[in-house]
Design a protein around this ligand. Structure first.
Ligand SMILES: [Zn+2]
Length: 44
């Protein structure tokens, strides 16, 4: 799931799987669809 996070007054979209940040929600969604990070130690 992509989560929104505010930083320096801007909204960023974060891939919950790997933690990567995007400034565009579509980019984040597309990334996450293809994100295969399966390391459970990274999921909080
Ligand atoms: Zn990811």
């Amino acid at each position: 799931m992509v989560t929104e996070t505010e930083r320096d007054g801007l909204i960023w979209y974060q891939c919950e799987v790997c933690g990567m940040l995007f400034d565009d929600r579509e980019d984040a969604g597309k990334h996450e669809d293809n994100c295969d990070a399966e390391d459970p130690s990274y999921i909080q």
